[in-house]
Every structure is written in structure tokens, then in C-alpha cells.
Write a protein that binds this ligand. Sequence first.
Ligand code: PLP
Length: 477
Amino acid sequence: MKLIFERGNEGQALCLMPACDVPEVTLEGFEREGKLYLPHVSENELSRHYTEIAKRVHGVNDGFYPLGSCTMKYNPKVNEEAAALPGFVGVHPLQGDKNSQGCLEVLYKIEESLAEISGMDNVTLQPAAGAHGEFTGLLLIKSYLESIGATNRKKIIVPDSAHGTNPASAVMCGFEIVNIPSGADGCVDLEALSGAVGEDTAGLMLTNPNTVGVFDKNILEITKIVHDAGGLCYYDGANLNAVMGVVRPGDMGFDCIHFNLHKTFSTPHGGGGPGSGPVGCKAFLAPFLPGIRVNKKPCGCYTSGKAEKSFGEVKAFGGNFLVVVKALTYILTLGKEGIPEAAKNAVLNANYMQACLKDDFDLAYDVICMHEFVLTLDKFHKETGISALDLAKGLLDHGIHPPTMYFPLIVHEALMIEPTETEPKEMLDEAVAVFKELKKLAYENPQALHDAPVKTPVRRLDDVRAARTPVLRYNFE
Ligand SMILES: *Cc1c(COP(=O)(O)O)cnc(C)c1O
């Protein structure tokens, strides 16, 4: 495939500039030293370029995409329509409150909605991703601990079933990590937690439902143990899809949470980003929030300001504002009844697929799952030589995006499957049939799976080399 720089020719300009209607000035001293390398393509060529790229990827619009812990649900087109409204697209962040009432209302309404869904009091929309939200939430916790003089509290407890970003965010905030194990049921080991908390505990970071798709049945006891020791509780709400509108992290005893709008709230994800990872908190943490705080006055108009002891900014202005518009559109479309219904269907779909597959594949945890479940292909691998990776590659030839592989780390040969609520039963049945067919193939003709995929634009890639020595720049010389 040709890169954009290899297409077109000098002079095949794409843009038509209007005549200049202001005095021309020369910016002396700021002239570019080197040549400016821009593609010289016509609109036709540009359009073909993107179409060609789009044909070579697998997106939610191409087929089933059960990538565990990522909630690759369908993104309704009405979200895009709302985000494309000229008043939202053309607004300037320094326009002033008086001329930005509609935008402030959006920020106010989504803050209100997310606070209600999570059982928190306030929300900041600044963070641009889930991990960025974790970082922001931990800064809130840190600011609060400093404000009460508890600077000795430096340790964040992270269960081994946590998402990998949790310990990474805590370290970036200057905390030390204390790892605690999960029990055989995939839940936090309460004894280990009680043994880990102490005078130096800043808090706990918990993913619930956790990365094995299990809702921790001891959740109230967990938050009590941490609070009794003087620590705070952080809820990784990236995967709120299983619980939104059904139970609220705030009611479970959590002080702070991040949401992934690009998972649960149907805004585009991965290459289709940008993302948004708002953070909700209880009122005692709100004085430290970053970014714009929007208030509604009795007259019905909105004003913006800063939190009184704000720790600063984590992104400019209101965050990825148009992503927020899409998420609010989604929330308003579903409403109070639709949100729990979506969550319940996500859980139903995951349990349906789990039930269909459990006789053919081993479950890592044989329990009623939440939005996702994890298969372990350990025994299967030993019997057939076919690994979770080989099976995943086989799925590609059937137009199915592989599940998340080799995660969570506590499960061997893991495949983590999250169908989401936006797939119909027919799609789930089709996918189950493919899994069963590939299992049969693994015993009868394993080489065929070692060779897979054969129908994709590229075959097996050297993913280690791609990660270690990525080529990210085009060499123009
Ligand atoms: C996706 C995810 C994250 C990180 O979100 P990003 O937007 O990718 O930074 C954190 N925790 C959990 C449980 C997740 O699933």
C-alpha cells in the first residue's frame, strides 16, 4: 500500500484558499529553515487513501469486536450529529461565559448525569483518557491528604486483578504500590487486604467488576477496611458498562472514580478517538478539582470558574469537549430507563456466550459473570499445541476481532471476551459456532491454525518488533 507521501505530485493541491482580506505581514525571524513536506494530492486521491486504510482495519462497523475490558460497543450516529452542530464546533474556549451558555449547559448536564450514575457529588471532564483520569483522581487524593497533613500516607494498594494502568498511574503520582492477591473466586483476599492497610495507606484502587469479569461480593467490607485504616477508595470505572444505572460506586463506599466515555458511553475508541476519562468525586475532594467548574444560577444561566483549592490543570479548558457532547447525547438518548437496560443486556450477552462456550472451553472462573468472561486455554494448548494467540488469529479469518489475549495476567492462556449489549443474539450464535469450529480444527489440523490468518491484508506480524522498534516517521530523503 502506498503512503500518503508516495501519492500525488507537486502542484496537485487539495485546498482552495479564499483571497486574503487582511494586510499581509512577514514574520521576520520566524521563517522555516527546512523544506515543508506536505502531501501533494487531490481530494480524489486523499479520499481513496483513507478508503484504502479503512478497508484494512477491523472496526465495530465491520463485524464482531469482543475485545475484553474495552467495551467496543456500537457508537450511535446521532452522537456524531450532535457533536457536529455548528455552535459546538465553532465555539472558542475564550469566548466568555455569556457567549458560551449552550456549551456550559452541556458541561453542567453531563457532570450532573455522571454524578448521579456513579453516586458521586462532582465531576471534572478534563482528563483525556481512562489512565489520565486515574492520574487525576490520585492527584485529588494526594491533594486532600496533604491538606489534612497526612503526608505519611504514601502507599496505594492494588489487587493483582487490577488493570495495568492502575499501578502505573499511582507510581506517576509518586505513590508506592502494595500488591495484594485475589482469592480463587477472583475477588480481593480480605485477609491480605486487612494485613496490607496501615498508617501509611493512602488508598486502594479497585476495578469492579474486576478484570476477570467478576463483581466483588465483599465490596462493602473492602471499602470499610480501607476507610477504617484512614485510606481513601478509588474506583476504576472504565468498565461501568455492567453496572451503570444498577448499582453506584458512591454507594459502595468509594470516594473517587473515573469513567471511560470512550467505552461505556459510546464515544469512538482506539484509532477513532480522542477519548475522555472524566473523574467523579465525593464533595470533600471537590475543592481540589482541576479545570472548569460550571455553576447554574437561579436565573437558569451558567457561570464558569475554578475550584477553590484546585491542584491545577490536567488538560486545556473543558477537556475533549466534542467527545463530551457525544456522551451526553448517548445518556440523554437512553435516559433513566435505557441506561440500566443497556447494562443488563451487556451482562446477559456475556453470560449467554459464556454458557454457550463453557462445555467446549475452560472458564477461568466458573461464576455468573458481569460484562465479560475469561477463558483459559491452558489445557487446550497442552493437548493441541494451539495457543490463545493461534485461536485469536483463526478468528480473524472469520471476520471476528480477537478477544483480549493474555490478560488478566493471573490467568494462563487467557482470552477475555466482552460481547457488549449492542450485538444481537444471532451474532453471538455465529461467533460461538466459529469458536467451536476452530476448536475442532485445533484437534484435526492444528497446522491450519498455526498458519492463520490467511484472509487478512497482512498475515502474522512481528508484534515484538513492532512494539520495540516502531517506524513512526517517513524518511523523506
Ligand atoms: C481501558 C481501561 C483503563 C484505561 O483507559 P484508557 O482510556 O485506555 O487510558 C483503565 N482501567 C480499566 C479497567 C480499563 O478497562
